[in-house]
Design a protein around this ligand. Structure first.
Ligand code: SF4
Length: 211
């Protein structure tokens, strides 16, 4: 949805349109502090949309911002925050969208189960059609260098992310691990091999491209 569309409050971009899809911006909190993240470099604008939000929206607010679901090929949870940190609200929105026939993708850091202390992948069944999980490195050391998890998670975030991808295969039709090309030391072919070993798809991403 364009920033000047009447159903959106100008200062709160909760839903934004790109590539025929609708992207949802439901939180500004993250588990990671990625060195390459625009917001940790003082930039909250993505593709012309200012994704800085002043409060975390309710499911009703997000649904109002989306408007007509039928306009979009896909609805994607993907803002400058980690949607699974608001798991209840995210699943509520997904349920409502599913009732309207939407195809839903979740772009995630894959740390939802680690943060919530339980395997959340069964809760995605019937709600999320595609998962795109940021792997970003082929080793824990490089992952920690670029994605900078909270100190409490430094010794297990990378493995937790891979475990999330592995478990999600049983509940989500399409699971893809992604890596950003151009991060120092990251070998894209090794990332692809890591994904193949887990039996999931792989996608190379380019820095600053939303998708
Ligand atoms: S997970 Fe995404 S939004 Fe969060 S810090 Fe990393 S790049 Fe930024």
């Amino acid at each position: 949805m364009k920033a000047d569309t009447p159903s959106l409050a100008a200062e709160q971009v909760l839903a934004y349109e790109l590539h025929g899809n609708c992207y949802l911006n439901i939180t500004y909190h993250c588990t990671l502090r990625c060195a390459f993240c625009p917001k940790f470099n003082g930039v909250w604008e993505v593709q012309g949309y200012n994704l800085r939000i002043r409060h975390e929206p309710s499911a009703d607010e997000v649904m109002a911002a989306i408007g007509d679901v039928a306009r979009y090929q896909e609805i994607v949870f993907c803002g400058l925050g980690e949607s699974t940190l608001r798991l209840e609200v995210m699943l509520d929105i997904a349920d409502r969208l599913k009732q309207q026939g939407a195809r839903i993708r979740l772009n995630t850091d894959g740390l939802g189960s680690l943060v919530h202390g339980r395997d959340i992948t069964p809760e995605l069944a019937g709600r999320i059609d595609a998962l795109s999980i940021s792997m970003n490195a082929h080793t824990r050391e490089l992952y920690n260098q670029h994605c900078r998890p909270h100190p409490d998670y430094l010794d297990r975030a990378y493995e937790a992310m891979l475990d999330f991808a592995q478990r999600a295969k049983a509940h989500v039709p399409a699971v893809t691990l992604t890596a950003l090309d151009g991060l120092e030391g990251v070998d894209i072919d090794a990332c692809r091999a890591q994904a193949e070993a887990l039996g999931v798809q792989f996608r190379r991403r380019v820095l600053d491209e939303v998708g």
